[in-house]
Unconditional design. Structure first.
Length: 260
């Protein structure tokens, strides 16, 4: 297995506020895993733990690449990026006073990406024609949907093996959300990416996910493949708007053994 991300029993807090409580998750090469949950349940904190931006107080975050295992909790964010991990952050976090092209070039910071910077730039401008049309435009002057495309393309410029995408639908219209999710799937297939996506739009996430985890109050309460999740009472009640007797967001349900 060339790539494997294993998160086991991690706890993370912001002072006295517990954000994650014993979260475990696994992701294998070529798969897309969705981390599902509403705002404030720990999705972004989990992403930041993977990126070394938040250090867990307990548990482990291990990334295996080409038969070498790395303890991400002990590495800096820069070292994790250099391994081939990229994050598309919630809210995009672009450089608004720089042009589209300048933002893209800043994405190619790590050494391996610099070696193929022209090839990756051409790939991104082909994959996102709107960016090619606006490459000299200031990023801050673009629409929300265009900025989201730029944030994704900037991450691709780092030549990642593992792509983390945090809340790609935030602030976008339903049509733009659908287009963004579709583009993520296209990029994953074209670029042979492994993807961990945090998302609260269940229906859109399930369009491209192979497996999903539902997180409530910092704990994984259910996990399964797409069909298993769609049939779960918790999902029907809280994500699909279907009344489901006995569904509870506070009590974990039984979890099948992952096959992803």
């Amino acid at each position: 297995m060339a790539i494997k991300l294993e998160i086991e029993g991690i706890h993370a807090s912001y002072g006295a506020v517990k954000a994650l409580q014993g979260v475990s998750l696994s992701l294998y090469e070529g798969r897309t895993v969705a981390l599902l949950g509403t705002n404030g349940n720990g999705k972004s904190t989990l992403m930041k733990c993977v990126m070394g931006m938040v250090k867990p107080s307990q548990g482990s975050v291990r990334l295996t690449i080409d038969d070498q295992t790395h303890d991400l909790a002990s590495l800096s964010t820069q070292e994790i990026v250099n391994l081939g991990v990229a994050l598309v952050p919630e809210g995009r976090r672009l450089f608004p006073k720089l042009t589209v092209e300048e933002n893209l070039l800043l994405g190619a910071f790590r050494d391996k990406a610099r070696a193929s910077i022209r090839e990756n730039l051409d790939f991104c401008l082909t994959a996102f024609p709107v960016l090619a049309e606006r490459k000299n435009q200031l990023a801050g002057s673009m629409s929300g949907g265009q900025q989201q495309m730029l944030a994704i393309a900037r991450a691709i410029m780092s030549a990642p093996r593992l792509l983390l995408v945090d809340e790609p639908s935030v602030g976008l219209s339903p049509l733009l959300v659908s287009q963004t999710i579709t583009k993520l799937k296209e990029l994953k297939d074209q670029y042979s990416l492994t993807v961990l996506m945090a998302e609260q739009n269940f229906n859109q996430a399930m369009r491209i996910a192979d497996f999903g985890y539902i997180i409530v109050h910092g704990e994984i309460v259910f996990q399964g493949d797409v069909e298993t999740l769609k049939e779960n009472a918790l999902v029907k009640s809280f994500y699909l708007g279907v009344a489901a007797e006995g569904a509870s967001a506070s009590a974990p349900t039984s979890t099948p053994t992952p096959t992803h």
